[in-house]
Design a binder for this molecule. Structure first.
Ligand SMILES: C[S@@+](CC[C@H](N)C(=O)[O-])C[C@H]1O[C@@H](n2cnc3c(N)ncnc32)[C@H](O)[C@@H]1O
Length: 224
């Protein structure tokens, strides 16, 4: 298993103010990437999410709300098959420019139908806080239908910003996902009620009648 924290580098703190769209509510891919490049140049480890996902041992990952591909590109570099989806064309344009060899789609996760599933679907960087108001349930359902049996939906977002964990868990439950793990940070500090951030791992609910052979196809349940 890989360490969740890169030695010697300061991990991007989860309580920092999230990067916001600069103008008129629209994301600018070049500007967004430049801000992460500046953090990396300052010695900040911007791959906490990728470290976390890597420890789950997936073969395939959907980076849901991928922005300019920060998480997907790092996971691909580690040999994992990735697909990135984002609703903002400017973000995907930058992701494509950075790594034309990877697969990127401009699409709203709420309506997404890729016709396949992934061992892990990750929403990194407060995606539910930036989705269109009132579409969080559809966002969660769109992600859930792309999770393989035995796989996981991983999501990290700041708390106290208008979308709470109880609502997220309820929307996951409605999408037939159950909570497997909850952490305070991407390097697995214990979660405590009243904290400012949560990293949640949900897996598809296993019905009594489900084929046991499907269990743990991609990820050991003990791991998730
Ligand atoms: C703060 S950025 C995070 C980008 C990237 N995940 C990262 O961590 O660097 C939030 C992203 O979520 C995307 N997003 C929000 N709601 C979405 C939706 N319903 N479908 C697709 N992308 C969405 C936005 O376009 C934006 O690029």
């Amino acid at each position: 298993m890989q360490s969740a924290v890169t030695e010697g580098a300061q991990v991007l703190p989860t309580d920092r103010r999230p990067l916001e769209p600069r103008q008129s509510g629209r994301w600018d891919g070049e500007d967004y990437q430049a801000r992460f490049d500046a953090l990396a140049a300052d010695g900040v480890d911007v791959h906490g999410e990728a470290h976390f996902v890597t420890t789950l041992g997936p073969r395939s990952v959907l980076d849901a709300g991928c922005g300019t591909g920060r998480v997907a590109i790092e996971l691909a570099r580690r040999g994992i098959e990735v697909v990135g989806v984002d609703a903002e064309s400017s973000m995907i344009a930058t992701a494509r420019q950075r790594t034309p060899e990877l697969t990127w789609f401009v699409a709203d996760l709420a309506n997404l139908e890729l016709g396949r599933t992934f061992d892990v679907v990750i929403m990194a960087g407060n995606v539910p806080l930036f989705t269109r108001a009132g579409t969080q349930a559809a966002l969660v359902a769109g992600c859930a239908r792309h999770v393989s049996p035995g796989g996981a939906l991983v999501c990290g977002f700041q708390l106290g910003r208008g979308y709470d964990l109880a609502t997220y868990d309820q929307q996951c439950a409605h999408a037939r996902l159950e909570l497997m793990q909850r952490w305070a940070t991407w390097d697995r500090e214990p979660f405590q009620q009243g904290g400012g951030y949560a990293v949640s791992v949900h897996s598809p609910r296993v019905d009594q009648s489900a084929d046991e052979a499907q269990l743990g196809v991609a990820l050991g349940r003990a791991e998730v």
